[in-house]
Design a protein around this ligand. Structure first.
Ligand SMILES: [Zn+2]
Ligand SMILES: [Zn+2]
Length: 143
C-alpha cells in the first residue's frame, strides 16, 4: 500500500520535510491507544497547550492510558517518502523511530531502495561533515 502523508500535523509525533539534492518527507504517526482504541497516543500537553516533548511518557487523550517513552517509541516507525540524491529514484520506506550516529550527527538513516545510498535525516538542518572528519562530538539529544 503506498504511503500517504498524514492529513494533519496533529496526527504526528514527528514530521520533517527536507530539500536539497534529493527530497525527503518523513513522519511518525501517533499510534491508536492500545487500551481504548479511540485516542491516539502522544506526549502530554503542558498547561500552555503545547506538547511537552520532554515528558518521559506518552499518554492517550481519551482514557489517559500512559506508556513510557522508550517503550512506546520502540513500537513506532518513521515513514519516509523520498527522492534519492544520487539516482533520483522516488521511493518510500519505513525505519524504526530511533536516531543513530551518522558521520558524527544524530540522524535517522535509511537506504535508497534502488542504489543503496545511505540517506540520513539529520537532527536539525546541520550539514554533514565531510567523511574522515570525525573529531566532532555529537550533540546530546534532548528528546
Ligand atoms: Zn485510550
Ligand atoms: Zn538511489
Amino acid at each position: 500500500m503506498p504511503l500517504a502523508p498524514p492529513d494533519s500535523m496533529d496526527d504526528c509525533i514527528y514530521f520533517t520535510r527536507r530539500a536539497g539534492d534529493g527530497t525527503i518527507m518523513a513522519w511518525v504517526q501517533r499510534m491508536p491507544c492500545p487500551q481504548c482504541k479511540k485516542g491516539r497516543m502522544g506526549k502530554p500537553l503542558k498547561k500552555n497547550g503545547k506538547v511537552d516533548k520532554k515528558s518521559p511518557f506518552y499518554t492517550c487523550p481519551s482514557c489517559n492510558y500512559q506508556e513510557q517513552s522508550q517503550e512506546h517509541e520502540a513500537k513506532l516507525n518513521l515513514e519516509i517518502i523520498y527522492t534519492c540524491p544520487k539516482c533520483s529514484h522516488q521511493g518510500e520506506t519505513a525505519v524504526p523511530y530511533k536516531r543513530k550516529l551518522f558521520q558524527g550527527v544524530q540522524s535517522y538513516i535509511f537506504a535508497c531502495q534502488k542504489c543503496n545510498t545511505i540517506i540520513p535525516i539529520t537532527k536539525k538542518m546541520k550539514d554533514i561533515k565531510e567523511r574522515g572528519q570525525k573529531d566532532e562530538e555529537p550533540e546530546p539529544s534532548l528528546e
